[in-house]
Design a protein around this ligand. Structure first.
Ligand code: P1T
Length: 388
């Protein structure tokens, strides 16, 4: 029997899972078989061929769906695979309205994959829902919301923008990768579907690339399952197992990520060669009130601008040791990166400039190391940057 609960801490450990009926194993088995025996043609235990369905994957899909309060989950081989498959529910001639500041790879899919297929996207600062409404067309079929955005940590009022989309019959999708269901549950605010790069906080240990889409819309879920099987961008059973394992500690990890990030953001704001700190929990963040209303915590990501531009940024990145210079986020270890060169290099320079992705902009993913070590590491990095 599966454990039932309304508490995310319990669901993260038990949702979709029960001791293995054959062996009693308390952890979900990794089922590697690519095909499943059928008693006769079409007579089977619910699994036929492993692209179509796999027990380890199904358990993961059910667990993440439960955490987001969704009826269905569909897992993929990466966040980008999840996005590309979801976008294939659209048809040529359809139009998307997306947040202006999205992960560089998400922009690349919209601009270099979907646009040549006749699916155009208009990007807009969604801080004001009226701006979303103003760019919607008769052909707008999807709103693509990222909140907090990557890397500028802008927020979107999900309930307000979802209403604009739903009133016009558009599917409202939220990329909830930065917040996780621990901090924000978009379906309860009116979104129709939620996407995650499970590579990040959900797995949490920087050893899996994966993605998922969850929804309570039965027809959308059926179409996504069809596309998951037909297009085939599935995750491996081992990766599904690792994400399931990571999910069990998501609630406690997020608590620590938020606590350390909040303290570091406040400390960074007091440093003389830091020009600006962007963190939704700071009074200086223009949408702090929205963060408090919409999120259970401001998250574990901080962006800041170091004085001295590119040379100073290079010196900082070369000096830090606890923070590892690498793309990605959401792992137990702290990461630091330079969005203009790294994660958002695929965004055109003029668009980056308009968003504020400057040469001095640094993004950090605050990990679970001792807080004092994190602060001391950044202090050394900032001293090196000041000396350039
Ligand atoms: O890397 P992948 O699992 O394919 O996920 C893509 C993706 C989707 N959505 C958001 C908000 C993301 O941040 C990402 C991936 N982002 C990084 C690799 C990064 O360093 O920002």
């Amino acid at each position: 029997m599966a454990v039932e609960s309304d508490n995310l801490e319990t669901l993260a450990i038990h949702a979709g899972q029960a001791p293995d009926p054959v062996s009693g194993a308390v952890m979900t088995p990794i089922v590697l078989a690519s095909t499943f025996a059928q008693e006769g043609p079409g007579v089977h235990k619910g699994f036929e061929y492993a692209r179509t369905g796999n027990p380890t994957r199904q358990t993961l899909e059910r667990c993440i769906a439960a955490l987001e309060g969704a009826a269905h989950g569909v897992a993929f081989g990466s966040g980008c695979a999840a996005m590309t498959t979801l976008l294939h529910t659209l048809r040529p001639g359809d139009h998307i309205v997306a947040s202006d500041d999205v992960y560089g790879g998400s922009f690349r899919i919209l601009d270099k994959v979907m646009k040549p297929m006749g699916i155009e996207t208009t990007q807009v600062d969604m801080a004001d829902p009226a701006r979303v409404e103003a760019v919607m067309r008769d052909t707008t079929r999807m709103l693509w919301i990222e909140t907090p955005t990557n890397p500028m940590l802008k927020l979107v009022d999900i309930a307000a923008v979802a209403k604009v989309g739903a009133d016009r019959g558009a599917l409202v999708v939220v990329d909830n990768t930065f917040a996780t269901p621990m901090l924000q549950r978009p379906l309860s605010l009116g979104a129709h579907a939620v996407l995650h790069s499970t590579t990040k906080y959900l797995n949490g240990h920087s050893d899996v690339v994966g993605g998922v889409v969850v929804t309570s819309d039965d027809a959308l879920a059926e179409r996504l399952r069809f596309l998951q099987n037909a297009m085939g961008a599935i995750p491996s059973p081992f990766d599904c197992y690792l994400v399931l394992r990571g999910l069990k500690t998501l609630p406690v990890r997020m608590e620590r990520h938020v606590r350390s990030a909040g303290a570091l953001a406040a400390w960074l704001e007091g440093q003389p060669n830091v020009e600006k700190v962007i963190y939704p929990g700071l009074d200086s963040h223009p949408q702090k009130a929205l963060a408090e209303r919409q999120m259970a915590g401001p998250g574990g990501m901080i962006s800041f601008v170091v004085r001295g531009g590119l040379p100073a940024a290079h010196a900082l990145l070369a000096t830090v040791k606890v923070f590892c210079c690498a793309e990605s986020l959401g792992g137990v270890e702290s990461l630091i990166e330079h969005p203009a060169i790294m994660t958002h290099g695929s965004v055109p320079a003029d668009a980056r400039a308009a968003l504020g992705i400057a040469d001095g902009l640094i993004r950090i993913s605050v990990g679970l190391e001792a807080y004092d070590d994190l602060q001391a590491d950044l202090a050394r990095g900032l001293a090196a940057a000041a000396a350039v």
